[in-house]
Design a protein around this ligand. Structure first.
Ligand SMILES: [Zn+2]
Ligand SMILES: [Zn+2]
Length: 79
């Protein structure tokens, strides 16, 4: 058994999100899965919570269901 209690500074923190990992390997795996440059360009983050998706339709549905946003909005007025 290991006694790693209280060693909070031992964690590996993700630079792109608040997640923290106990090993560098886990952090690397997480970054590769969620924070690759390709994904960063494709994904659409929710402005109200840490949720994000690679599909605009999913984000729209999420905004409606979770935050009640855009339920009766006509269009996204640019500018
Ligand atoms: Zn992350
Ligand atoms: Zn959200």
């Amino acid at each position: 058994m290991q006694s790693t209690e209280g060693s909070s500074t031992n964690g590996f923190r993700c630079a792109s999100c608040p997640k923290e990992f106990t090993t560098k390997y886990r952090l690397d795996t997480h970054v590769n899965r969620f924070h690759t440059a390709e994904d960063e360009q494709k994904r659409h983050p929710c402005p109200l919570c840490p949720y994000w998706t690679t599909f605009v339709s999913d984000l729209t549905r999420h905004l409606k269901g979770k935050h009640g946003v855009g339920a009766s909005s006509s269009e996204q007025g640019g500018r």
